[in-house]
Design a binder for this molecule. Structure first.
Ligand code: ZN
Length: 360
């Protein structure tokens, strides 16, 4: 854990005074596009990915990663590949090693980590400890009100949740949703948990496992398999049709808990192919942000870790985002600022779509 380097304990969820984008653009006028403001953004959440050592057993050292290496100038999310500031400036993309401990003792967990990532609030501190894997009941109202997608909706922008969800099953048995992750809760609050099997089959949604094998386990050949590259292109198309898009992938954490080296390498290579194709297919006005909630997959000897997590940004605004991110709590405020959405935008009471409307 590189606590001294990348984890200032002060200022979680608090941004430095906003820098004036126009001045930054002037400084680099004609040489880079990296200080332009994005018109839209997509956040790809990867569960349980930290930055560990370049050592045997770390799948980020062992896997073939042409997609991420292409973004990061040949480097990888490995501790030894970071510069002195805890970053990788790879030309096409920038990586920041972001603190996931949030100044709270214990191992970071999914429920509070994801809530922090999606709201900019230090959910672990507010809850009193790290908690997971699901979002604790006491944080759900805050998450629903203050998340990235809800802020976008309240500001009159179009949010999208790209994941396919078994919405009809949730409607039939709400207990399926008893222990929810933060991304679908955020989507419900913003009225965009609206992609089911039909959208997945039509290529207008992406399975949380990226490829469709988990759905196919239930449905068989009724649903075609997709490659990670095709899934990346589908997410790019969804991103192009919205203002703020969220996609969540959880297998990286599940595989990390299993501790099987071959599965870990395969999981990294699938994500790499997906991200490479996504970055290539995104419209030029889109900011891509990839972030995790806590370490796990990078260290096969442990469950969750204290390692910092990668926040990778590509496209317009990436350098401004990198300058603002020190911890999980900085990602959503920085994205909102770059998109020109007020960080306190909330819908008026009653403006949220009723949950039953989503599941009918
Ligand atoms: Zn997690």
């Amino acid at each position: 854990m590189e606590r001294g380097r990348c984890c200032p304990m002060a200022g979680f969820g608090r941004l430095a005074a906003p820098r004036e984008p126009g001045r930054m653009a002037q400084r680099d006028a004609g040489t880079h596009d990296h200080d332009e403001r994005p018109a839209r953004a997509v956040l790809v959440f990867l569960d349980g990915v930290g930055i560990g050592a370049d050592a045997p057993g770390n799948p980020f050292a062992a896997a073939r990663m042409p997609g991420i290496e292409g973004l990061l100038g040949g480097r990888r999310p490995l501790r030894e590949h970071l510069d002195g500031g805890g970053r990788i400036d790879g030309g096409r993309a920038v990586l920041v090693a972001a603190d996931a401990t949030l100044g709270v003792a214990g191992l970071p967990q999914s429920g509070t980590g994801q809530t922090t990532l999606l709201t900019g609030r230090n959910a672990a501190a507010e809850y009193g400890r790290h908690f997971g894997p699901w979002v604790p009941t006491g944080l759900r109202e805050m998450l629903g009100r203050e998340n990235l997608l809800a802020r976008a909706r309240a500001a009159g922008r179009r949010p999208a949740f790209a994941n396919a969800y078994p919405i009809a099953s949730i409607d039939a048995d709400p207990r399926i949703f008893r222990r929810p992750a933060a991304p679908p809760l955020a989507a419900i609050s913003a009225g965009c948990l609206d992609r089911d099997l039909a959208e997945l089959a039509a290529g207008r949604a992406v399975a949380s496992s990226i490829t469709n094998e988990q759905w196919r386990r239930h449905l068989g050949d009724e649903l075609a398999q997709v490659t990670p590259q095709e899934a990346g292109r589908r997410l790019a198309a969804i991103t192009a049709g919205a203002d703020v898009t969220l996609f969540a992938h959880y297998d990286t954490d599940h595989v990390g808990h299993r501790g099987d080296a071959a599965s870990a390498v395969a999981a990294v290579e699938k994500v790499d192919a997906f991200l490479g194709a996504l970055a290539d297919a995104l419209p030029p006005d889109a900011l891509l942000v990839v972030a995790s909630d806590h370490g796990n997959l990078e260290d096969p000897s442990a469950a969750h870790t204290l390692n910092p997590v990668p926040v990778i940004a590509a496209g317009p605004g990436r350098m401004a985002l990198a300058e603002r991110v020190r911890s999980l709590a900085d990602v959503t405020p920085a994205m909102l600022w770059l998109l020109g959405i007020a960080a306190d935008a909330v819908d008026s009471p009653g403006a949220f779509i009723n949950r039953s409307d989503l599941t009918s």
